[in-house]
Write a protein that binds this ligand. Structure first.
Ligand code: AMP
Length: 642
C-alpha cells in the first residue's frame, strides 16, 4: 500500500481556491460539480456527491559560563540538611554499561561503593546511538524566541540566555550537547534557574514548549550533585527485610506525575537522554499495560519515576514504591489530570502517604491552563512558589496557519483526500474525528483508498496505540486518525498538518488540537472542516482567528453575527469568561510586585498590561493583544513553501 502523493507546486490557498469548497454562499459557490478524486472516472451522482457539477472536468489535475551557581535568591530551605547528606547511605555500586531498557547503569546487588554521582559513567556507544539518534531538527527559534514569559513571586532569579549560564554539571551539559539543543526555549530560560535554586514553581506552559527538559535538566542536575542520600539505603534495607535476595521496594528520589501513558512515555524517553552516563535509573509505570513487567523493571532500581496516578497508587499499595525519599515532585499537565478525574489519586500520593511535605520536598507544577481547581492544588502542594506564564507556542501564534473551510458532511471524505494529496509524503498529518467509530471508519476508508494511515482511540489496546504512534512517528504511516482523548498530551514532532475532520464543540479543545502542529517553533498548518453542525463554536472560533490575525472567511463572520443575535444570553465559554486566567492569582489579590521582565523588557508593565500570556488559561486578557503585533504574515513562509 502506498501513500498517494501528488507533488505540490502550489500553496494551500491556491488549492482551496481550486477546490472551491469555501464559497461565501455555504456550499453553493460556482455551481460547478465537484468530483472527489476517489470517484473520478466513476459516477459521482450514484455516490451521493450530487451537489457539484464538474463542467471543467478537471479537478484532479491541480494538486496541491557558570554564572548561576548561586542566584542569591531565597535558598534557606536547606533540603540538603534533611535529605542530601551525599554519600550517607549510598552504599550501592553501579556497574556501567549495558542497562537494558531504561538506564545507563545496573545495580549490583551486594556490592558496595562510594561512587560520586556527579561524575559521568563510561560512555556506551550503542546506547548513545539509540538515545540520541534522530533528535530534534528544524527548530524555528527566530520566531520562538519572541514568545513572552512573565515570572512573578518573591525573589525570582534572573533568567538565563544560554545553557552555559547555569552550572548544571558535566553529565547534563554533555547530554545537552548530544541532544543538539543549542539554546534554551523560553520556558527553559526561566524555569531552569528557578528550579536550580530550589524554589517551587507553578508554570503555565503547554506541551511543545520544551517544558519537559525545563524540569528534567535542573532536577537531574541536583540529584547528580547531591547524590542519592538515604534512598538507596532504604531500598537495600527493604530487600534485606524480605530475605537476602528479597524483592526490593524502590524509593525514587524524584517523581513525575503525568495524565496519560503516552505523555508518561515521552517524559521517560527524555529522562533517559538526560540520565545517560549517570547513576540515575529512570522508570515509567502507567495503566493498561502488564503490571508484572513494570514491577520487574522497577526492581532493577528506580531513582526517577514517571507515573500515571492510578498505576502509581496501585504500585504503592502493593509495596513496590515508597515515596519517603522523594525530594522532587513534578505534576505535569496538572489541568488534564484533574479533567480526567485523578485528583483523589494525586492527593493520596502527595498528601496521604509518606512523601516529604511541601517545603521539604521541591514541587513543580506544569499546566496549560490555570483554572481555580489548579490554583487550589498549587496552594496545597507548593511552598512560596514562583509563577511562570509562558505565551502560547502554537494556536494563536504565527507558527500556525489556521484555515477554516466550509465542508458538508457528505463531502468531508473527498475533501480530505484532496488535502492529503496536496501534502508531501514526508509530512505527518493528524486527523481529528469525534468518535471512536468515526476513527475506525475513516481509517478503513483511507486504507481502502490506498493511503498509509493508522489510528488511535480509547478502545485500542495499549500495544496497538503504541504501535500506531510508532508507525506514525517513523513516517511509515504518515496519516494518523485520532480522537481527542487519545491524542491528549502527545508530543508528535514534525506534524505539519492538523485536520479537524470533525470540529470539537469547545474552543479550548480546538486550541489544544491545533497546538499539535507548529511545535517548538516549527511552522504548521491547521485546517478545520466546518458546517451547520458546528454552529456552537462559531463565535469563539472567529475570535481566535481574529486574534491570531488569520484569514477569516466572510461566511464565518456572518454566521457569528447571526448567532450572536439569536442567542444574546449566550456568553463565552466558561474558561474564556475572565476571572481566573493563566495569571498569578496572588497578584490579582494585591500581592507584592516582583515581576521579572523578560529579556526584551517587554513585560515591564507587569500584569496590568494586556499582552498575550497564559498558555491557554485565556483569562480575560489573553486575547486582548495577542503577542503584540507579531502576526505579520507578509514575509513568512508557510509549510507548503509559499
Ligand atoms: P515538550 O514541550 O517538553 O514536550 O518538548 C517539545 C519538543 O521540543 C521535544 O521534542 C523536545 O525534544 C524539543 N526540545 C525541548 N527543548 C529544546 C531545545 N532547547 N532545543 C530544541 N528542541 C527542544
Amino acid at each position: 500500500m502506498s501513500h498517494v502523493v501528488v507533488d505540490n507546486p502550489h500553496g494551500l490557498d491556491q488549492q482551496l481556491a481550486a477546490l472551491d469548497l469555501n464559497p461565501d454562499g455555504q456550499g453553493g459557490g460556482t455551481g460547478r460539480r465537484y468530483i472527489p478524486p476517489h470517484l473520478r472516472n466513476k459516477d459521482a451522482a450514484k455516490n451521493g456527491f450530487g451537489g457539484y457539477e464538474n463542467k471543467d472536468g478537471g479537478w484532479g489535475g491541480a494538486p496541491r559560563d557558570a554564572a548561576y551557581n548561586s542566584f542569591g535568591g531565597r535558598n534557606d530551605r536547606s533540603k540538603s540538611a534533611f535529605f542530601n547528606d551525599r554519600g550517607a547511605g549510598s552504599r550501592g555500586r553501579y556497574e556501567r554499561g549495558g542497562f537494558g531498557g531504561g538506564g545507563n547503569s545496573r545495580w549490583v546487588e551486594d556490592s558496595r561503593g562510594e561512587d560520586d554521582w556527579s561524575k559521568p559513567t563510561a560512555p556506551n556507544e550503542r546506547l548513545e546511538n539509540e538515545l540520541f539518534s534522530g533528535s530534534n531538527t528544524g527548530i524555528n527559534f527566530e520566531k520562538y524566541d519572541d514568545i513572552p514569559v512573565e515570572a512573578t513571586g518573591s525573589n525570582c532569579p534572573p533568567h538565563i540566555e544560554s545553557f552555559h549560564d547555569v552550572d548544571m554539571g558535566e553529565i547534563i551539559m554533555g547530554n545537552i550537547t548530544l541532544t543538539r539543543y543549542t539554546r534554551p526555549t523560553p520556558v527553559q530560560k526561566h524555569a531552569i534557574p528557578i528550579i536550580k535554586i530550589k524554589r517551587d514553581l507553578m508554570a503555565c506552559a503547554q506541551t511543545g514548549s520544551g517544558k519537559t527538559a525545563a524540569f528534567l535538566l535542573p532536577v537531574l542536575s541536583q540529584i547528580y550533585t547531591e547524590g542519592p542520600g538515604d534512598a538507596l539505603q532504604a531500598s537495600k534495607s527493604s530487600g534485606q527485610e524480605n530475605g537476602r535476595y528479597g524483592r526490593r521496594k524502590q524509593y525514587p528520589i524524584s517523581l513525575v506525575l503525568a495524565p496519560t501513558r503516552e505523555l508518561a512515555l515521552q517524559i521517560y524517553d527524555e529522562a533517559k537522554k538526560f540520565a545517560y552516563r549517570s547513576h540515575v535509573r529512570p522508570c515509567v509505570v502507567y495503566g493498561g499495560a502488564d503490571i508484572g513487567q513494570q514491577i520487574r523493571d522497577l526492581e532493577r532500581g528506580c531513582h526517577l519515576l514517571v507515573a500515571t496516578p492510578g498505576r502509581l497508587v496501585d504500585m504503592m499499595e502493593r509495596g513496590k514504591i515508597g515515596l519517603d525519599h522523594c525530594n522532587y515532585l513534578v505534576l505535569d499537565e496538572a489541568d488534564r489530570m484533574l479533567d480526567m478525574g485523578f485528583e483523589p489519586q494525586i492527593r493520596r500520593i502527595v498528601e496521604q502517604d509518606t512523601m516529604p511535605p511541601k517545603g521539604i520536598r521541591q514541587t513543580m507544577m506544569f499546566s496549560a491552563t490555570f483554572p481555580k481547581e489548579i490554583q487550589i492544588l498549587a496552594r496545597d502542594f507548593l511552598e512560596d512558589y514562583i509563577f511562570l506564564a509562558v505565551g502560547r507556542v502554537g494556536s494563536t501564534s504565527e507558527n500556525i496557519t489556521q484555515k477554516v473551510v466550509w465542508v458538508e458532511e457528505n463531502d468531508k471524505r473527498s475533501f480530505l483526500l484532496d488535502l492529503l494529496n496536496a501534502t508531501g509524503k514526508d509530512s505527518l498529518t493528524l486527523v481529528f474525528v469525534e468518535t471512536k467509530k468515526g476513527a475506525d471508519a475513516l481509517e478503513d476508508f483511507l486504507y481502502r483508498e490506498g493511503y498509509a494511515c493508522t489510528s488511535i482511540h480509547g478502545d485500542r489496546s495499549q500495544r496497538d496505540r503504541e504501535e500506531a504512534l510508532h508507525q506514525f512517528r517513523s513516517g511509515r504511516c504518515p496519516i494518523l486518525v485520532a480522537t481527542a482523548v487519545a491524542a491528549r498530551g502527545l508530543d508528535i514532532s514534525n506534524v505539519k498538518h492538523v485536520i479537524n475532520f470533525d470540529l470539537p464543540s469547545d474552543i479550548e479543545e480546538y486550541v489544544h488540537r491545533i497546538g499539535r502542529t507548529g511545535r517548538v517553533g516549527n511552522l504548521g498548518l491547521a485546517t478545520s472542516f466546518f458546517n451547520d453542525k458546528n454552529s456552537n463554536i462559531t463565535k469563539d472560533l472567529l475570535d481566535i482567528l481574529v486574534e491570531a490575525k488569520q484569514e477569516v472567511p466572510s461566511w464565518l463572520e456572518s454566521l457569528a453575527y447571526e448567532h450572536q443575535h439569536k442567542s444574546t444570553s449566550r456568553g463565552r465559554s466558561k474558561r474564556f469568561s475572565g476571572g481566573f486566567g493563566a495569571r498569578d492569582y496572588r497578584q490579582a489579590s494585591g500581592g507584592s510586585g516582583g515581576f521579572n521582565s523578560n529579556r526584551s523588557g517587554r513585560n515591564a508593565g507587569g500584569h496590568g498590561g494586556n499582552r498575550g500570556f497564559g498558555g491557554g488559561g485565556f483569562g480575560g486578557n489573553f486575547y486582548n493583544d495577542g503577542y503584540g503585533g507579531n502576526y505579520n504574515h507578509s514575509g513568512s513562509v508557510d509549510w507548503w513553501g509559499n
